[in-house]
Write a protein that binds this ligand. Structure first.
Ligand code: HEC
Length: 141
């Protein structure tokens, strides 16, 4: 799995992002994940914002507590979130309301790796990451 992250990072880093950061940029990144997902699993039929939404809200038990991505990012990714441990505010994840999201591959990969490991105990797959972004793009308010 380590090796795969390196490959992912290498493929993703060749992507040149435009200076204009918005939903379009997030879409381009989602498209990259879709290509990688298809390479890994030829049966992949593309990204699913529905699956991304389920993933975002899915609660898992961690140290006796029910935790989901939504625990910190709230059930509406267009809203400001709040860290469940530090109580610090987290700017919205939806690129339509926060144009800084999904503009830096390094930041995105770093956060995915950290939070996926925290919540599901492993890094997310390219399919899961793509679905996740595909869902966030659909949220506009
Ligand atoms: C314990 C709180 C917490 C949980 C739970 C959490 N996150 Fe985060 N998330 C954060 C914080 C803090 C940041 C970074 C702060 C910022 O950039 O505003 C962040 C940022 C991100 C980013 C960065 C996006 C970008 O381009 O800036 C991604 C991707 C992300 N989280 C994915 C996830 C996923 C996937 C899950 C569920 C598996 C998840 N997070 C669960 C706290 C959390």
């Amino acid at each position: 799995m380590k090796k795969l992250s390196y490959i992912l990072a290498a493929i993703l880093s060749v992507t040149a992002f435009s200076a204009q950061a918005d939903v379009e940029t997030a879409q381009k990144l989602a498209d990259k994940y879709a290509i990688i997902a298809k390479n890994i699993n030829p049966a992949s039929t593309g990204l699913s914002s529905e699956d991304g939404k389920k993933f975002f809200n899915r609660e898992l038990t961690i140290k006796g507590k029910q935790v989901a991505c939504a625990s910190c990012h709230t059930t509406n990714p267009a809203n400001e979130g709040k860290h469940i441990v530090t109580n610090k505010p987290i700017r919205p994840l939806a690129p339509a309301v926060n144009e800084k999201r999904f503009t830096s591959v390094d930041t995105v990969e770093k956060n995915f790796t950290k939070h996926c490991n925290d919540i599901i105990g492993r890094d997310c797959t390219a399919q899961e990451k793509g679905n996740y972004i595909a869902y966030l793009i659909t949220v506009t308010k």
